[in-house]
Design a binder for this molecule. Structure first.
Ligand SMILES: [Zn+2]
Length: 196
């Protein structure tokens, strides 16, 4: 029994020694090393304003990657398309020279009352390699529908911006995932959101 009792404090000691090195924002890269990701919004119709505001919000928050409209649709690293369903997006990080990403901006989320700019900035977060965090607060983009339609925040939190900067911090940016993954975002109204 004495041996077992002695083990417990030792185990607790291990679990409390959590790493704290993951919160630091990486140093900005030299200008020449910033990754430019280009997008095509020519098939996104009424989402144009939300797309440009969402890109502006990301560009203001991150240092290692920059979102810019493509000079020609064919050259874009990712594309925004307006659809009638739920939003869905290729999970990045999308990198230049890799496979092309696609953001489907689904009208269904707008019909449920969610702000177009928040939807667009959230889906763009997936392009930049962020997963969903539906239980997060309104101050996060990746909380998506979680805080409900009254949450119109369209700017990433400091932690989200730091994660994106880490995703694009390497010399050749982050390696793209080997298998293509699509994130489908239902943005249900609150009554529906609480049902599961
Ligand atoms: Zn999502």
């Amino acid at each position: 029994m004495a041996a077992v009792a002695a083990l417990i404090p030792a185990m607790l000691g291990v679990t409390t020694a959590t790493a704290s090195a993951h919160t630091a924002h990486p140093a900005p890269k030299a200008d020449a090393a910033v990754v430019t990701l280009t997008y095509d919004a020519s098939q996104a119709g009424q989402w144009a304003g939300a797309i440009s505001q969402g890109a502006q919000n990301w560009n203001a928050a991150v240092h290692n990657v920059r979102l810019e409209p493509a000079t020609s649709p064919g050259s874009a690293n990712f594309v925004y398309v307006a659809t009638s369903g739920w939003p869905q997006t290729t999970l990045g990080p999308i990198v230049p020279g890799g496979r092309r990403g696609e953001v489907q901006l689904g009208q269904e989320a707008v019909d449920e009352g969610y702000a177009m700019t928040r939807i667009t900035a959230h889906e763009t977060g997936h392009i930049l390699g962020l997963p969903d965090d539906y239980s997060g607060p309104c101050s996060e983009l990746m909380s998506g529908h979680g805080p409900g339609p009254s949450c119109t925040n369209a700017k990433p939190s400091a932690a989200e911006a730091a994660q994106v900067d880490r995703n694009y911090a390497g010399d050749a940016a982050a390696p793209a995932p080997k298998r293509q993954q699509i994130v489908i975002d239902a943005w249900p109204a609150p009554a529906l959101a609480g049902a599961h």
